[in-house]
Write a protein that binds this ligand. Structure first.
Ligand SMILES: [Zn+2]
Length: 245
């Protein structure tokens, strides 16, 4: 696909993007960043992204070395637009988002249940110690332990509240597939009217990383699960504002 885009689609976007993939493009074999750079031949300027390891440790160390900027940018843009156009791509991105959210929720719930168990045990101990307090007696040890328990209970109750808030906010990030689809359907036609800066922001919102493997010419786009929700919400908001206007 990259080769095909290089021969055709690249021409339409020449120079339009600045360095759209700055900070996103990684060299697959080296696992490091590919940074934007350019050469000039006569009046023509050729933009490309070069593997940082190849630049620092010598080109022989890296099978990728460099990739021309325009075809790889066009490919990523096509993938991003496909999210709004192709139900299968959208479903894939949302499945990925759901998996990430489920994992995070499970982690938080495990933490919450551990903390709750601690709290129950400490409350029980505090109750048991309270009845041991003797008026007028030397309660030094008991008072000391009670103070310690109360401090711990206070700290952990605060933590439990924060964990529950996080669980709620993770749930709020999830988006219904239908809602995402209808919001994103509005996105594809709008793409061409966005400025390069806005397009770069959308790409940054939706794309986590882009891996390029120079051995096979393969581009792998990893989407940012929360980004699709953010974008869909913005588009819904935008549509609402236009309705009102
Ligand atoms: Zn490399």
């Amino acid at each position: 696909m990259l080769r095909r885009n290089g021969a055709t689609g690249g021409a339409t976007v020449r120079g339009a993007f600045g360095s759209l993939l700055k900070g996103l493009l990684k060299c697959g074999p080296c696992g490091c960043a590919m940074s934007p750079t350019h050469t000039t031949k006569g009046a023509r300027r050729y933009r490309y992204y070069a593997c940082v390891a190849a630049q620092n440790k010598g080109r022989a160390t890296c099978p990728t070395k460099a990739v021309p900027a325009e075809p790889v940018e066009q490919f990523v843009v096509d993938q991003v637009r496909a999210v709004g156009r192709d139900p299968a791509v959208l479903r894939g991105v949302l499945d990925q988002a759901r998996a990430v959210h489920a994992e995070r929720t499970a982690e938080l719930e495990t933490e919450e249940s551990g903390l709750t168990k601690d709290l129950t045990a400490w409350h029980r101990e505090a109750t048991r110690l309270s009845v041991q307090l003797r008026p007028g007696g030397d309660n030094g040890d008991v008072v000391g332990r009670l103070a310690e328990l109360h401090e711990r209970i206070g700290t952990v109750e605060g933590r439990v509240t924060r964990v529950r808030d996080q669980i709620k906010s993770v749930a709020a990030q999830l988006i219904d597939e239908g809602a995402a689809a209808s919001a994103l359907a509005a996105f594809d036609p709008v793409w061409g009217t966005l400025t390069p800066r806005e397009q770069a922001r959308v790409v940054g919102l939706l794309v986590e990383t882009v891996g390029f493997d120079g051995r096979t010419g393969t581009v792998a786009v990893t989407f940012r699960p929360a980004g699709i929700t953010t974008l869909a919400k913005e588009l819904t908001q935008h549509a609402l504002e236009e309705d009102v206007a």
